[in-house]
Ligand binder design. Structure first.
Ligand code: 9Z3
Length: 322
């Protein structure tokens, strides 16, 4: 993805060129209340971003630019953060993978459930049977999901477009800044680097009768800069760096750390991202790799990433106190 460009007036650009979602203030209050409640209970709070962003080409949008991200990294990581005692604000792309529900994609859930007797005549939910071969861990997953719900440990917030993502991330950063160093940011969403400003976007559907389409897109302001400097300056911030060429990955990750001066970059290559990442910090570089046995035992790399970062967050908090 493209190189960072640091803008000094991102607030202005955000307000002028990206439509503000109508519910942003309401969501910000919810996030601040959530953070305050959990911090008062001695719990740390992490904001996990997840999924791709949609970039419209017309204001009455028929077409848009999208990307590959499934949201699996974010959804799995949210679960491991909650297992580690964190409360999670889950800022995710609408319909991307969701914690716990991700275990039962597509029609797995419906195929794995049967009405007793098979004909469904009774239709009573008490008559639902679980096929344990198709849904091997459903009881365990459901129990954990209910604990998380009862403990109000997960606050889901949705976005679809790049504009929604940018404004909601700013709101989240400001909401979590109230809890200082106990807040973590885990920015795993795959955010577009390019967009068409509202003022340059055609209102109506682009006509194919006009011939081949040429697009000119602007660089999306690098939101990490004000997040680290202005919106949540005390927080522990982790960004992600994705490349398709492994040869340039670590240099790009280091460059991002030097530019934004945050705490960690998780560097990954598109094709190997499920089994290999490098966590880069100003003073260290940790390679996290799944072995064949790990894969056989269904260990997920997100468990290792979260474990590495929660330890780094411990040290960060101790460092601030000392
Ligand atoms: C990542 O690198 C994530 O690990 C993935 C996870 C998006 C690859 P999935 O959702 O994939 O599980 O399918 N996220 C950040 C990617 C990114 O766009 N980074 C930008 C960059 O590299 C800005 S920080 O320039």
């Amino acid at each position: 993805m493209a190189e960072p460009r640091v803008s000094s007036s991102i607030d202005g650009t955000l307000a002028e060129e990206f439509a503000v979602p109508s519910h942003v203030e309401e969501v910000k209050e919810k996030m601040a209340a959530f953070a305050g409640l959990h911090a008062a209970a001695g719990r740390r709070v992490v904001l996990v971003t997840s999924g791709g962003t949609k970039v419209p080409l017309e204001s009455r949008t028929v077409r848009f630019l999208d990307n590959f991200s499934s949201g699996r990294r974010g959804a799995a990581s949210a679960e491991y953060f909650m297992d580690s005692g964190y409360a999670v604000v889950f800022l995710h792309r609408h319909r991307s993978l969701y914690p716990y529900a991700r275990m039962f994609p597509g029609t797995d859930l419906l195929d794995g459930l049967r009405l007793r007797g098979g004909d469904g005549a009774a239709g009573d939910p008490a008559d639902v049977l679980v096929d344990r071969r198709l849904l091997p861990n459903v009881g365990k997953v459901l129990r954990r999901y209910q604990e998380v719900k009862d403990g109000k440990l997960l606050l889901p917030v949705e976005f679809s477009t790049l504009s929604e993502y940018l404004h909601l991330l700013k709101a989240a950063a400001q909401a979590l800044s109230t809890i200082g160093a106990t807040a973590m940011f885990y920015l795993a969403a795959a955010v577009s680097d390019f967009y068409i400003p509202a003022s340059e976007m055609p209102e109506h559907k682009i006509q194919s009768s006009n011939g081949p389409l040429q697009l000119s897109m602007k660089m999306v302001p690098k939101i990490l800069s004000p997040l680290v400097k202005d919106w949540a300056p005390q927080a522990f911030v982790t960004s992600f760096k994705l490349e398709t060429d492994a040869a340039i990955l670590l240099e790009r990750a280091r460059r991002a750390l030097d530019t934004y001066r945050h705490q960690a970059v998780v560097a990954n290559v598109l094709d190997s991202r499920r089994g290999h990442v490098v966590v880069v910090t100003p003073g260290s570089q940790a390679e996290l790799l799944l072995s064949d046995d790990d894969v056989k035992n269904q260990v997920e790399i997100e468990q290792r990433i979260v474990s590495n970062l929660t330890s780094a967050h411990d040290r960060f908090i101790s460092g601030q106190a000392g």
